[in-house]
Structures are given as C-alpha cells and as structure tokens.
Ligand binder design. Structure first.
Ligand SMILES: Nc1ncnc2c1ncn2[C@@H]1O[C@H](COP(=O)(O)OP(=O)(O)OP(=O)(O)O)[C@@H](O)[C@H]1O
Length: 303
C-alpha cells in the first residue's frame, strides 16, 4: 500500500431526503494531480469531508495510506486540506495567522515564513487578513494546509474567486507539489480548468461515479460522441446510405450533413459504395465541456 494513496470504497452518505454520496469507489495516486469533478450538488464536498473525518459515512470507507483519517498516527503531517476560502481572525496579520496554527500544532515557527513564501504572500505578511483579497485568502489557506509538510493535499474548489493569473499560479503550484511525490486531490465543477491542471480525473454526478482515469482516457471516452461533417451534391442518396447504417443524419445547409453514430471512415466507405461524390469529410471534435455537462446533467437535482 502506497504511503499517500487515497482509496474510497463503497462510500455512502444519506441525509434525510438526499443520497449525497451513493456507493462511491475510486483511488487517488501519489505523485499526480487528481481532479475531482462534478456539477454543483454532486457530492464532492461531502466526499472530501468524509475523507477528512468531518462527516460520518452512512456506509463504506475512505482511507489515506491504508488508514482512515481518524486512525492516522500523525494526521497533521499526513494530510493538508483547504475546504473553503480560508477564514482567519480579521485583525490578525497573515504571518500571525500561520504562527498561531504552528504553535497549536507544535510545528516550528519558521514553517510559517516558509509556507507564506511558498504561496507568494511574503510581501503581504504583515497586512491584516481583513485587507486580503479572495485570491490572497485562498493562498493563505494553502499556506496553512502546507504547514505540516503533508504528503497528501486535499483542496475543495481552490480556483474559486481567482483571476486568470491566480489560476495559473495555482496550477503551477499544485503540479510542482505533485511532482515532489505528494498526492494532490482537487475538486472543481469546471472540466476546462481540470483539463489543464490534472493528470487523472474522477467524475461524479448525483453521488455516483461517472468516469475515472487519466485525463486522456476520460477525454477519449467522452469524445465518442464525435460527429462527422460531410458535404455532397447528392444529399438524398448519402442520407439513405447512412441511415441504413443506423447513423443519425442532420442537414446542415448547402449540401452539408452532420452525422452522428458512425466514424468518418464509415461515412467515406458508405459514400463510395453508394457511388456518392463527397466534397468534404471531417470529424468534428466535440466540445468536451458540453459532453461533460450532458454526462452529468439533470443528475444533481433532487435525489
Ligand atoms: N448537512 C447536510 N444536510 C442535508 N443535505 C446535505 C448536507 N450536506 C450536503 N447535503 C446535500 O448533499 C448533496 C451533495 O452536496 P455537496 O455539497 O457534497 O455537493 P458538491 O458536489 O460539493 O456541490 P458544490 O459544487 O455545490 O459544492 C446536495 O444535494 C446537498 O444539498
């Protein structure tokens, strides 16, 4: 069993009327950034809270390096978490906020300075928390999570409230933490953001697993809904040849057709067999954000 591997197995949380998490199983590997994706209400936060022993599961387990969070001998050095935009005493400076945590957790005071430098907040060390922007608060939250130099980092929607430069900074930081061998689990509801950040993806909807794999594997599995764009002066003949293959054919104007359910080579072969002249034959890459929304659509409502 690898040190920082996260294993979620049959994890379930039922609230009175809601199956927030429903028999969910997946693994998260060290040395990689794993994107935990799902629409609002999919059950991401509830899953992360169960992993961190903040919510008691109805059934199933979530372990880190083979142990439940509650059984970890040294949880503060094992897991760092940022579950919501960091909150701190409003009148306290950034550096003092971290020093208070160091004192309570028994970490050396110098870790506060190191962690603040790591998130690029040293210039604002002596400014009060109430003057911090949302992006600075996110950074301070990450600094606090890194104080114990943990092997595993868990972040719930860390890009929320960040501007494009902040998002790029976050991406570089999380990638470099993973390249040091840490396990980095990051939740988000935006596929586009995770495509750039993550090595692996776990997609859930309505508390259930929808897809898991490397980013390429998941994208390939979603890209099956690719369409073929074709143009011909013999629209009727081609349409009937394609319908005979169970393809869905949608006229696209000026001899154009959008074909779903078969790939481009099949369209070309069908055209050749039917003696149909083709003026264009292209695979349309699907908009993966749209496919992601379709995969998870309507599942986040009442359960
Ligand atoms: N304490 C609670 N009591 C009752 N229902 C809850 C509780 N916590 C969460 N839920 C419900 O469980 C479901 C999953 O919520 P959760 O916050 O885990 O989803 P999420 O994927 O993190 O969503 P978001 O992206 O909006 O944060 C939702 O329907 C939510 O309303």
């Amino acid at each position: 069993m690898s040190d920082g591997q996260i294993v979620v197995s049959g994890l379930t949380k039922h609230y009175k009327n809601v199956r927030a998490v429903d028999n969910l199983s997946f693994t998260v590997e060290p040395g990689r950034v794993t994107g935990f994706l799902g629409p609002n209400g999919a059950g991401k936060t509830t899953t992360l809270r169960m992993l961190l022993n903040l919510v008691k599961p109805t059934a199933g387990t979530a372990t880190i390096g083979g142990q439940r969070y509650a059984d970890l001998s040294d949880p503060l050095h094992t897991v760092g978490a940022v579950l919501e935009a960091s909150s701190a005493h409003k009148g306290r400076t950034g550096i003092n906020h971290l020093r208070v945590i160091c004192a309570a957790a028994g970490f050396p005071r110098s870790r506060a300075d190191e962690a603040l430098a790591m998130v690029g907040l040293s210039p604002a060390a002596k400014r009060k928390f109430k003057g911090y922007s949302l992006g600075m608060r996110q950074r301070l939250g990450i600094a606090a999570a890194m104080l114990g130099d943990p092997k595993v980092l868990v972040l719930d929607e860390p890009a929320n409230g960040l501007d494009p430069e902040g998002i790029r900074w976050m991406r570089d930081l999380l990638k470099s933490l993973a390249s040091q061998g840490r396990t980095v689990l990051v939740s988000s509801h935006l596929l586009s953001e995770m495509q750039l950040l993550a090595d692996d993806l776990v997609i859930i909807a309505a508390g259930k697993l929808v897809r898991q794999g490397t980013v390429d594997q998941v994208m390939d599995s979603m890209a099956h809904s690719a369409e073929v764009r074709v143009r011909t002066p013999q629209v009727e003949e081609l349409t009937s040849a394609l319908v005979a293959l169970n393809a869905t054919v949608t006229p696209n104007g000026e001899g154009g057709l959008l074909v779903a359910g078969v790939d481009a080579p099949s369209v070309g072969r069908a055209a050749l067999k039917a003696g149909v002249e083709l003026h264009e034959l292209t695979t349309e890459r699907p908009d993966l954000e749209r496919v992601f929304l379709e995969l998870t659509a309507g599942k986040a409502a009442i359960r």
